[in-house]
Design a protein around this ligand. Sequence first.
Ligand code: NI
Length: 209
Amino acid sequence: MNDPATAMAKAPARRSSRLLILVAALVLGVAAGVGLALVMTGRFADPPATKVAVGGPFELIDHDGRPFSDRMLRGKPFLIYFGFTHCPDICPAALFEISEILNALGPDASRTTALFVSVDPERDTPAVMKDYLSNFNPNMRGLTGDPATIAAVAKDYRAYYKKIPLEGGDYTMDHSTIVYLMDKQGQFVASFDIKRAPEAAAAKLRQYF
Ligand code: NI
């Protein structure tokens, strides 16, 4: 159809759709630019973790059988991990990696602490935890307590755990495996990557001393 009247009618429609594409491209370009600027200024470099309430006060028992509270950690950044000594693989691997990071800090390891909070207080008595942790860096501390207290601390840290019955009346624990980095004031910084080289993780930890 080359009817001139139809062609005339179509022309403005084509122009406006071309304009729409141009505007869309412009909007996308601006959005990409803003996004890039946010990333470059670090606004998106770390998750907005500080706005999430993670952690809080606690009163537990350490692996020497002594009361241990979060207040004893003021002035020290610390790592905190929830697990259990009967864990077949995840916990030993995580604790080994955390231990290696503390080893990489050398004498400065005493300027931080890595807490291993048991989600299996029925079996993880202070003595059991002390024995278990004797394999790792001495700046790691095992914490246990009565089940209700452990549940409250895990809830504050948004840590998940669940008892899984096994055949023969035995059981294991399913649990989250996040390592939390807390600052000198006991405020949550971010989840801490223990999979990187121990030296790199140690350098990151030093930034919070
Ligand atoms: Ni585990």
